[in-house]
Design a protein around this ligand. Structure first.
Ligand SMILES: [Fe+2]
Length: 294
């Protein structure tokens, strides 16, 4: 059966059929998925019970894995539950126990419930993220995606002219401060040094423009902080209106793949006492969004 993609919303998010993500893909299948990503920005694959090795192999069809040293202060190497290349987005510790609500690691995870684009706080932000649902809580824990191309297109002309050429500073410090988590160690503050990102990006294949926003964005170059924060807040409100959002309700075995260059996403609340085991692989972006003056 050839791969087919059924749109979940007009022009945004597609459901893929006719693929077994555990098997190697042929070049035609890779091209079909890449075209689907360029068009829909989010793809959903149901009934894909992947092992970590299979998830890694599937991911590598689409490029190189993002590899930054894991900030050890967030989860030290000896506290890692999963192997290299697989990011642990569960609420579990190394022994498989649910994290305490007072655990700093949990505070970091809670920040992912704010709208963001993965790794926008890194010099070269991520291309695709792939999240595999292994254990899903009985309620909540949806992931919402916002179409930042549609959000850009819908800006009024005055705002569209304003955002052009603006450069933001992104850092985990800003997104964690937004939930009142400010007790960072000096090592963390140094590791989370803000990076510059363009506020408007153009997709390298389709040329479509999108707003590149995230709760990690906390400053705009040349602007006062209050003015910048207010403007970013307003843009985020605009971009996350229901008409631009696809809400994914997880089933065990779902694999969801999204393009961080064209979307924002956020996790939603679930019962702290229930296990959520979701695992992410991430593809590296190609280049910085801002070309620094020599
Ligand atoms: Fe994320």
């Amino acid at each position: 059966m050839p791969i087919s993609i059924n749109p979940l919303r007009p022009g945004f998010a597609g459901e893929v059929a006719g693929i077994d993500c555990r098997r190697p893909l042929d070049p035609g299948e890779v091209a079909a998925i890449e075209e689907g990503m360029d068009r829909y920005a989010v793809l959903v694959f149901h009934d894909q019970p992947l092992s970590d090795a299979q998830q890694l192999a599937f991911t590598r069809h689409f490029g190189a894995l993002e590899s930054y040293p894991t900030p050890g202060h967030i989860r030290r190497p000896q506290e890692q539950r999963l192997g290299p290349g697989i990011a642990d987005f569960s609420n579990l510790d190394k022994e498989g126990k649910i994290l305490s609500a007072e655990d700093r690691l949990w505070f970091f995870k809670l920040g992912d419930r704010l709208w963001h684009s993965d790794s926008s706080f890194r010099p070269i932000p991520a291309k695709y993220s792939l999240l595999s649902g292994r254990v899903i809580p009985s309620w909540g824990a949806d992931t919402e995606f916002a179409d930042m191309r549609a959000a850009y297109d819908a800006l009024d002309p005055r705002t569209k002219a304003m955002v052009e050429g603006l450069v933001c500073e992104h850092s985990l410090i800003y997104s964690r401060a937004a939930i009142g988590f400010t007790e960072l160690t000096p090592e963390e503050v140094a590791a989370f040094k803000p990076v510059r990102q363009a506020l408007v990006r153009s997709h390298p294949v389709t040329g479509r423009k999108s707003l590149f926003l995230a709760s990690h964005a906390g400053a705009i170059l040349g602007w006062t902080v209050p003015e910048a924060r207010m403007f970013l807040h307003e843009l985020t409100e605009h971009a996350t209106q229901r008409e631009f959002v696809y809400r994914h309700q997880w089933r065990v075995g779902d694999l969801v793949m999204w393009d961080n260059r064209q979307t924002m996403h956020r996790g939603r609340r679930f019962a702290q006492g229930e296990v959520r085991d979701v695992r992410r692989t991430t593809l590296a972006g190609d280049a910085p969004t801002v070309v620094e003056a020599a």
